[in-house]
Design a protein around this ligand. Structure first.
Ligand SMILES: Cc1ncc(COP(=O)(O)O)c(C=O)c1O
Length: 382
C-alpha cells in the first residue's frame, strides 16, 4: 500500500524532474545546534555503544519534562518512558505487545500505512471507521457501533495524517468514555502534536479514566525535522510501558545512542521554538491551500499536520491514483493518492494529498507549475 506508492511517486519525481510534495518529510534540517549536539555526542563517545534498553536517562527525563511543560502531565522518567526507533517502532511494539490473535483494533481511516501492517503482524483484525470529507470529523456513533466483544484497542492519531483533522476535546472525551465503558486500550499516535494551526492538541491520556489504558507515542522526526534519526518514544503506565518494552527488546533492542543526547536537548528548546515551527507551517498551509484552490482543486483545509487533502473531482477526475500518476508529466508535481490510506477505497478514490513541509520557494514553484498546467491546452482537467 502506502510504501509502494511512495516509492513509485518518488521515482516518478526523479525521472520527470517534478517538485515532490508526496512524501512527508521536510526539505530542510532541524536546528543547527541540535545537529551539533548529535555530532558532539558521537565525537565525545556518548551513545556510541548500546545505550540502556529503555533509552538514556537524559532523554527519558526530557520526555517527561516535555509532557509536564506542554500538558501538565506527570510522567515518571524511569518507569513510564521508553525510547524507540521512531514512532514507527513504537507503533509496532505497542500493537504487537497489546494485541492477541483474534483481537480487533479499531482505527480511523484513512490511516498511516504502518497501522494496517502492524495490526496484521500481531495477528489481529483491523476495523476501520471512516473519516469523511469535507471536515473529516470522527463519527462517534460509527465508532460505538464498531466495538464488539473482540475489540481490544482503539488506535488514534490526532493531529491526523493524512486529513489534517485535529480531534476536539469533546470528541476525545467521548472516545475516552467509550474506551472506559468497554474496557479498551488506546494507542495514541501524537507525532504531529506541535503542528496544530486551529484548535488545540489534547493528549487523550489526560482525560478521566485514561491514564491506565493509554499508550502515547511521539517522535523527534516531525517535531524537530530530523526524520532520519529515528528517535521516538512511548509514555504510559508502568505496566503498559513494560509490555511495549518487552517487544521492543526483540525488534531493535536499542537505537540511535548519540541522537538520543541531541533529542534530549531539543525537547528542552524554549516554547518560542515550538511556536515558530507552528507559525511557519501555518503560513505554508495557508499558501498551499490558497494556491491549490486557485488551481481548481477542492481543498480540505487541515487544522494540523503538514498535509493537505484535496479532491480532484472538481478538476473533472474521478480517480486520484490515475491523476497522481499523470500529474508529474502533466504539471511536474508529485502528490500522493489518498486511496492508499483507506480500506474502504470508494471513500478515498478521488482524494489527493500534498505535503507542505517544504521551503517556501519549493511550494511556490509547485503552485506555479500547477497554475501553468491548468492554463495550458491539456489543462489539469480530464
Ligand atoms: C501518523 C504518523 N505516525 C508515525 C510516523 C512515523 O514516525 P517516525 O518517523 O518517528 O517513525 C509518521 C510519519 O510519517 C506519521 O505520519
Amino acid at each position: 500500500m502506502g510504501t509502494t506508492i511512495f516509492a513509485e511517486m518518488s521515482a516518478l519525481a526523479t525521472t520527470t524532474g517534478s517538485v515532490n510534495l508526496g512524501q512527508g518529510f521536510p526539505d530542510t534540517d532541524g536546528p543547527r545546534e541540535i545537529a551539533a549536539a548529535a555530532a558532539a555526542a558521537v565525537m565525545a563517545g556518548r551513545g556510541n555503544q548500546y545505550p540502556p534498553g529503555p533509552g538514556i536517562p537524559e532523554l527519558r527525563q526530557a520526555v517527561a519534562a516535555h509532557q509536564k511543560r506542554c500538558y501538565g502531565l506527570d510522567v515518571d522518567p524511569d518507569a513510564q518512558v521508553l525510547v524507540t526507533a521512531g514512532a514507527t517502532e513504537a507503533i509496532a511494539a505497542a500493537l504487537i505487545a497489546l494485541l492477541e490473535p483474534g483481537d480487533e483494533a479499531i482505527a480511523f481511516e484513512p490511516y498511516y500505512d504502518s497501522y494496517a501492517a502492524c495490526i496484521a503482524m500481531a495477528g489481529a483484525t483491523r476495523v476501520p471507521v471512516t473519516l469523511r470529507p469535507p471536515d473529516f470529523r470522527p463519527d462517534l456513533d460509527a465508532l460505538r457501533a464498531a466495538i464488539t466483544g473482540r475489540t481490544r484497542l482503539i488506535l488514534l492519531n490526532s493531529p491526523h495524517n493524512p486529513t489534517g483533522v485535529v480531534f476536539t476535546p469533546g470528541e476525545l472525551a467521548r472516545i475516552a468514555e467509550l474506551a472506559c465503558a468497554h474496557d479498551l486500550l488506546v494507542v495514541s499516535d501524537e507525532v504531529y502534536e506541535h503542528m496544530v494551526y486551529d484548535g488545540v492538541h489534547v493528549p487523550i491520556v489526560s482525560l478521566p479514566g485514561m491514564s491506565g489504558r493509554t499508550v502515547t507515542i511521539s517522535s523527534a522526526a516531525k517535531m524537530f525535522s530530523f526524520t532520519g534519526w529515528k528517535i521516538g518514544w512511548v509514555t504510559g503506565s508502568p505496566e503498559l510501558v513494560t509490555a511495549v518494552r518487552t517487544v521492543k527488546q526483540f525488534l531493535t533492542y536499542v537505537t540511535g545512542g548519540p541522537f538520543q543526547y541531541a533529542v534530549a536537548e531539543a525537547l528542552a528548546l524554549p516554547d518560542d521554538y515550538f511556536a515558530a515551527v507552528t507559525a511557519d507551517l501555518r503560513a505554508k498551509r495557508d499558501f498551499l491551500c490558497a494556491g491549490l484552490a486557485g488551481a481548481g482543486f477542492e481543498v480540505y483545509r487541515p487544522a494540523g499536520t503538514y498535509f493537505v487533502t484535496t479532491d480532484v473531482r472538481a478538476l473533472g477526475h474521478a480517480d486520484g491514483m490515475e491523476f497522481c500518476r499523470e500529474l508529474p508529466r502533466r504539471a511536474g508535481v508529485v502528490a500522493i493518492p489518498s486511496v492508499v490510506f483507506y480500506d474502504n477505497t470508494d471513500a478515498g478514490r478521488s482524494q489527493v494529498r500534498f505535503a507542505f513541509c517544504k521551503q517556501q520557494h519549493v511550494l511556490a514553484e509547485a503552485l506555479g507549475r500547477l497554475a501553468r498546467a491548468g492554463r495550458g491546452e491539456a489543462g489539469l482537467g480530464d
